[in-house]
Structure formats: structure tokens, C-alpha cells
Design a binder for this molecule. Structure first.
Ligand SMILES: Nc1ncnc2c1ncn2[C@@H]1O[C@H](COP(=O)(O)OP(=O)(O)OP(=O)(O)O)[C@@H](O)[C@H]1O
Ligand SMILES: [Mg+2]
Length: 263
């Protein structure tokens, strides 16, 4: 990507979100500003309840900001759109559909049908190495396999940005590591913009070009840390002094915010 001009993919402009709750108003986000560049891989970390999912859902168009705005490719986000693919922690597959049908679902919504939809679905099912399971139902798959289906489904509709809310949060360490590697390989090939929420600082550093640290509620951006470790990154990367230094720094910043929550 060196030398390539990059445009702003998503502009988060002074976003504030207030929820009405039984105990009155709750400010979840206050004055969040961020430019996400095209093809960029951003990870977001921060204590539980700091507004990470709220922010992702506002970018996805699933929630409206109370004030401020989000722009995607220069256009104000007013709802969901196929250029923004979402992957949640809890797979969200249709239990009554096979793997192939699940992956084809979004394609059909886009008006792509028949053999063309099948071919595209198969390409992404192969990408996540599930070609032997195309006719299986979600209940017949492991957690990691279900999350692969969710990722294939998100990729199949060819979004230009992937919004991922702790997609690997429910997985065991080995599966998680494997899916991180697969996701990075795909990102290097397809160069989509990724906005990825995680609680795992190691995961954030291994994946991201930039790690956004959010402060305790009301959520604001506390710090943006550039991760200048070259790709491809591997498990060995986690032993390098630069990785460990970044990990120390980010972890201590997040921990400070965690202590704020507990005050
Ligand atoms: N629909 C809602 N109504 C009222 N309050 C909400 C709603 N959704 C979230 N909140 C509150 O807004 C704050 C931010 O929630 P959010 O889910 O965005 O946090 P998060 O950073 O994603 O947390 P976690 O790391 O636990 O997933 C929390 O205090 C939460 O209780
Ligand atoms: Mg969340």
C-alpha cells in the first residue's frame, strides 16, 4: 500500500449517543471523531460498556446518533447498506438454512440469484475452508465453523467495509488464532476496510494498522496508536520487543479506563 493515495472511507463526525433508560439519560458516546481510511484495518479496544458496539452499530446504520453524523464514501449514513458488512460475536446464522443458503442469503437480497449466487457463495465458502460442509446446518457446526460462515456471508456481498464486533470473542484460543490468520490473509488479498472490536489486546495489535483506545463511559477516543509492524504478521510477531512494548502501553491505558469504570 505504500505510496498509494488513500481516501477517507468513513468519517465519524462529532457523534454523541444518549440512551433513554429507566434511570434517566445515559450518555454512551460523547464527541467521537474519527476518519477511517480506505483499506485500513482498525481495531477498537476499551473497557466493557464504553460504547464500542454502540459506535459500530451507528456506523452500520442500525442505530442513529443523537447528534453528529457518520459519512461513508462522503454520504451520510441513514440506515444499513450493502457496502457495510457486519459480523457479530454470536454468528447470527439462520438455523433453518444450510451453510450455502446462509452465504447466499445476502446475495439474493442484492438481486443476485441462481448459478451466479451459488458460484459466489462457493468462492467464499472455499475461502473459509468449509467446502466439505456446504449442505450442513448451523447446529451441525462448531463455533469456529459458524463464525467462518458468518465471515463468508459478510464477504460474499462484497462490502467495501467490514464491521466486526468481537467476532472471535466466543472462540477457543487455537481457533481464534487460526481465524485471525485467515482474516489477515483475506484482508491482504482483498484490501477491504476493517473496523474490528476486540477485548484482546494481542488480537488488536496482530491485526490492526491502528488501535483506537476508548475511554470509560461516556465513550470518547482516548488515544490512537499506530501499529507499524510490517505484514504478514505471525504468531512469532508476538515475541518481538516492539509488539511487547505496544502491548504494555495499550494494556495499561485500557486498564486505567477499567479502573475508572469501577470507581
Ligand atoms: N439499547 C440500549 N438502551 C440503553 N442503554 C444501552 C443500550 N445499548 C447499550 N446501552 C448502554 O450503553 C453503554 C455502551 O454500551 P455498548 O454496548 O456500546 O458498550 P461496549 O463497549 O460494546 O461494551 P462491551 O465491551 O461489554 O461489549 C452501556 O452502558 C450500555 O449499558
Ligand atoms: Mg460490545
Amino acid at each position: 500500500m505504500a505510496g498509494k493515495e488513500r481516501n477517507i472511507k468513513v468519517k465519524i463526525d462529532n457523534v454523541r449517543k444518549v440512551y433513554d433508560t429507566r434511570n434517566g439519560e445515559m450518555i454512551a458516546l460523547n464527541g467521537v471523531n474519527l476518519d477511517i481510511m480506505e483499506n485500513e484495518f482498525i481495531c477498537v479496544v476499551g473497557p466493557s460498556g464504553c460504547g464500542k458496539s454502540t459506535l459500530l452499530n451507528i456506523i452500520a446504520g442500525l442505530l442513529e446518533p443523537s447528534s453528529g453524523a457518520v459519512y461513508c464514501d462522503g454520504k451520510e449514513v441513514k440506515g444499513t447498506g450493502t457496502e457495510r458488512g457486519v459480523v457479530f460475536q454470536q454468528y447470527a446464522l439462520f438455523p433453518w438454512m444450510t451453510v450455502k443458503k446462509n452465504v447466499m442469503f445476502g446475495l439474493n437480497l442484492k438481486g443476485i440469484k441462481g448459478q451466479e449466487a451459488e458460484d459466489i457463495a462457493m468462492k467464499y465458502i472455499k475461502m473459509v475452508q468449509l467446502e466439505d460442509f456446504v449442505n450442513h446446518y448451523p447446529k451441525e457446526l462448531s463455533g469456529g465453523m459458524k463464525q467462518r460462515v458468518a465471515i463468508a456471508r459478510a464477504y460474499a456481498v462484497n462490502p467495501s467495509i467490514l464491521l466486526m464486533d468481537e467476532p472471535f470473542g466466543a472462540l477457543d484460543a487455537q481457533t481464534r488464532t487460526q481465524l485471525q490468520t485467515e482474516l489477515l490473509e483475506t484482508w491482504e488479498k482483498e484490501q477491504k476496510t476493517c473496523f474490528f472490536i476486540t477485548h484482546d489486546v494481542d488480537e488488536a495489535i496482530i491485526l490492526a494498522q491502528k488501535v483506537i483506545i476508548m475511554s470509560a463511559r461516556p465513550g470518547r477516543i482516548k488515544e490512537i496508536v499506530d501499529i507499524n509492524i510490517p505484514y504478514p504478521r505471525t504468531q512469532e510477531t508476538k515475541m518481538t520487543p516492539e509488539f511487547l512494548e505496544l502491548k504494555n502501553h495499550i494494556w495499561s491505558q485500557v486498564y486505567q479506563e477499567y479502573l475508572e469504570v469501577r470507581k
